[in-house]
Design a protein around this ligand. Structure first.
Ligand SMILES: [Zn+2]
Length: 419
């Protein structure tokens, strides 16, 4: 039975609408900070990244949010007076020469929806967050890990960027580094939402404008190393070589078929690096290494892919006098979005006259850390040509606005249901 108060609350939110022009203007203004060609370059804690955080802090303040930047650079704004809130966020840092929407769009969605909710006079709040260093200049998803209490102090202490600069020193140089840490508040926060560009070609290919993320894939990286013997490549007969490079190429070719037979429908894998040592045309390779990465939404499939690689390595070990070994370098578990939030996104898309497609996210996002602490949902819009992590990244303005409208409809449903 819906109470009168919640009916009025829902009725107020029903009238809520976002301002598409204001949303796009804010995104375009943010894209001018660190602009490089049609993209942006805002690596975590560089002057442009810090300038973007300061700009966002000012925009949050102008919107009426209680906003601050915490000691890790998270920009966090709360709706004043609200006792229950949906957190909406993403990140404003980028990869080198990245796109203008990766991360930024999800943050500005939060800002615009917070403004729309406040302007509608509805009760219930939207808290907005831009998480620090999602892209891993120092430590990937630094801000969201801290927000949910998963950041370990030793990770923080040991983190350096590609130039060997320490995270702690860079935080201080940026004017952060103080003790304050913005935190998820279980008593206040009923859900986390993140809007993002798809960064892949599926929505565009299907002609669908809204993606409802079911899960963020888990990932495992494995290294296979081949130990042979360096010899003169002109004088050593083929049958007498211990050719680590030749063995690696044969192994990779055979493995391709075996991984294909094991993969699920959305499993992806990649041979991202092959190294031949010493790497000269006239030397038989004495050592070779193959870097393999694979991703799936099901941990069991990830484990099976690893088992196939291990079986292949065991079978290859010793062939042609080449010793072969493997190890796991890195692993992360799949994160599952909340099914009822997914249904709310789908319903909001329908109400906005848009079709939606349920799909996994093959890329990692801040939402993967939030998901095990608060019911979480993610919404995708199409990426032109599937391009991302490049200045060519772009999406149609109509799709950017539609995505925000669908997320606002989702927020209305979540706040209405929370009574
Ligand atoms: Zn992103």
């Amino acid at each position: 039975m819906i109470s009168r108060a919640s009916f009025l609350w829902a009725a107020g939110l029903e009238k809520m609408d976002i301002d598409g022009r204001r949303l796009v203007d804010d995104l375009r203004a943010l894209a001018r900070i660190g602009k490089v060609g049609t993209g942006v370059n805002r690596l975590a804690f560089t002057p442009d990244d810090v300038a973007a955080r300061q700009w966002l802090l000012a925009r949050m303040g102008a919107a009426g949010l209680d906003a601050r930047i915490d000691g890790l650079g998270n920009v966090y704004g709360q709706t004043p007076g609200a006792t229950k809130a949906v957190v909406i966020g993403s990140h404003t840092d980028t990869v080198p020469k990245g796109g203008w929407l990766d991360g930024a769009m999800g943050v500005i969605y939060g800002l615009e929806i917070a403004r729309a909710v406040m302007e509608s006079g509805a009760e219930g709040g939207v808290d907005v967050v831009s998480f620090a260093d999602e892209e891993g200049t120092f430590l990937g998803t630094l801000g969201s890990r801290s927000f949910v209490g998963e950041l370990r102090e030793e990770d923080l202490a040991g983190a350096v960027n590609g130039d060997g600069e320490a995270l702690a020193a860079s935080l201080l140089a940026a004017g952060y580094g103080h003790e304050d840490r913005a935190k998820l508040d279980p008593a206040r926060h009923i859900a986390y939402l993140e809007g993002h560009i798809e960064q892949g070609p599926r929505l565009e290919a299907e002609g669908v404008r809204i993606g409802v993320v079911t899960s963020i894939v888990g990932m495992r990286r494995m290294l296979v190393v081949f130990h042979g013997q360096a010899d003169h490549a002109g004088t050593t007969p083929m049958a007498m070589r211990k050719d680590a490079g030749g063995r690696m190429v044969d192994f990779a070719h055979e493995l391709t078929g075996k991984l294909g037979a094991t993969a699920g429908k959305d499993t992806v894998w990649n041979f991202g690096r092959m190294v031949f040592e010493p790497g000269a045309s006239n030397v038989v390779p004495q050592r070779a290494e193959l870097l393999i990465e694979f991703r799936d939404i099901d941990m069991a499939v990830i484990d099976e892919m690893e088992a196939v690689i291990r079986t292949g390595v065991a079978a290859a070990d010793g062939l042609g006098g080449v010793r072969t070994e493997t190890s796991v370098l890195e692993t992360s578990a799949p994160a599952h979005m909340d099914a009822s939030i997914g249904a709310a996104i789908e319903a909001a898309a329908k109400a906005a006259g848009a079709m939606s497609l349920a799909m996994p996210s093959g890329a990692g996002h801040d939402a993967m850390h939030l998901a095990s602490h608060v019911p979480s949902g993610m919404l995708f819009i199409p990426s032109k040509g599937g391009r991302s992590h490049d200045t060519a990244e772009d999406s149609a303005e109509e799709d950017i606005v539609l995505g925000c409208r669908v997320m606002a409809g989702t927020v209305a449903r979540l706040l209405g249901l929370s009574e």
